[in-house]
Design a protein around this ligand. Structure first.
Ligand code: USQ
Length: 369
């Protein structure tokens, strides 16, 4: 919607994995979202522009190649990976699905580009989680290392904290490899956790809203806290809550993708942007939600749960993020007004909240409960 409203011709591919998984695992989103055909028709009615819809699996190479041959994209935004860290840690089925889906989809996109138009710019959704939490500053993709008097620039060392995050490190290695072999053009957007319920396009109709999960598997931390605040459930801080990450508003994710597309990587360049606008610890987020909610009459408590994940709960965190800002990103920062707007929106759906979806049921130690 964002790109088509700016004059780009857009085709989308979806196999409904996320929706199916939510249903199978009984983790329905906060509100129902119509299927993609209906949303494209609605968007056309609202905006006057057409988005072509293809239902199928990016891991099905003939299916994907045919779309590339017909549509001949100048750029492809690869959003087709399984995105949930807890899902990837549930058990063997989910682990192998995550590996297969995330790596084969990436390989297929690369090959489709090679077979149809080697200059087609691949913008891949990456994650800040590939870096882990090293005790030195995190650079944007690369690290210059001096060793025995010589200097070399390497991809920044990766220390992912879930199998999902590991596949994001592996797909990055694959893209970098093909940049060197075939001179493809790639931008990897290492995104932090996203929050928010709406964009300038989605607010034009209730049925255009992005899928909003608040459960333990697909919900991201701030979105979960908003729902917990409204439902009167103490905010679920995992462990000591010092885990610090780089966050961004869903509106900024779209601006970042657009900036990457308008300024393509060079032939053979594997370009990495760290895509977030500010860092917070889990405790910072909980405190801000508490303060914003208090002014709205919400009595919000917090609870420190045993951490279901294996991650550092107190650590150094200083990631660089200048690439997208230098291309002109104008960030939306988290503040009281934004939090209260989001809380009001969630309050609107208060009766939909299923409290039993909130507590974490997947641990990093064992299969899902
Ligand atoms: N956390 C809590 N309480 C909760 C949920 C999460 O304390 O109720 C903590 C987690 O332990 C973690 C942090 O909050 O330390 C972030 O967790 P998250 O669930 O919001 O994000 P994560 O699992 O890391 O994954 C999400 C997206 C993923 C994306 C990633 C960016 O699902 O697709 O790649 O954010 S990043 O975290 O920078 O790797």
């Amino acid at each position: 919607m964002y790109l088509s409203s700016r004059g780009d011709e857009v085709a989308v591919v979806d196999n409904y994995f996320r929706r199916r998984a939510c249903t199978e695992l009984n983790r329905e989103p906060l509100f129902h979202v119509p299927n993609l055909h209906r949303r494209a028709a609605l968007w056309e009615a609202v905006s006057g522009v057409t988005v072509k819809v293809h239902i199928g699996d990016v891991c099905d190479y003939p299916f994907l190649l045919e779309i590339f041959q017909q549509f001949q994209p100048e750029a492809v935004v690869h959003y087709a990976e399984q995105p949930a860290a807890p899902y990837s840690m549930m058990g063997h089925k989910e682990a192998t699905f995550t590996i297969t889906n995330n790596l084969i989809s990436t390989a297929n996109v690369i090959h489709a580009v090679k077979e149809t138009n080697i200059d087609c710019h691949i913008v891949k959704l990456g994650t800040m989680g590939v870096y882990g939490t090293p005790n030195i500053d995190i650079e944007e993709g690369y690290l210059e290392v001096e060793h025995k008097g010589r200097v070399h620039k390497f991809l920044y060392p990766k220390t992912p904290g879930s199998l999902y995050h590991l596949t994001k490190a592996q797909d990055g290695d694959m893209l970098f490899f093909y940049c060197r072999m075939w001179d493809i053009r790639v931008t990897d957007l290492n995104q932090g956790p996203v929050y928010g319920l709406e964009t300038a396009e989605s607010i034009q109709h209730e049925d255009l809203a992005p899928i909003f999960n608040y459960d333990d598997i697909f919900g991201t931390v701030l979105n979960r806290f908003l729902v917990q605040a409204v439902a009167g459930i103490p905010l679920t801080i995992y462990g000591q809550g010092g885990q610090t990450r780089g966050y961004l508003n869903i509106k900024d994710t779209l601006a970042c993708v657009e900036l990457a597309l308008r300024h393509p990587a060079d032939a053979g360049q594997y370009r990495v942007f760290n895509q977030f606008v500010e860092t917070f610890s889990v405790n910072d987020l909980a405190r801000q939600v508490q303060e914003a909610g208090r002014e709205m009459g919400l009595d919000i408590q917090v609870q420190n749960l045993p951490n279901p994940r294996r991650e550092a709960e107190h650590h150094y965190y200083c990631p660089r993020h200048v690439g997208l800002l230098s291309l002109g990103l104008n960030p939306h920062y988290l503040n009281r007004t934004t939090l209260q707007e989001m809380l009001s929106k969630v309050l609107h759906y208060k009766n939909h909240i299923q409290s039993e979806l909130v507590l974490p049921k997947v641990t990093w130690q064992s299969a899902a409960i």
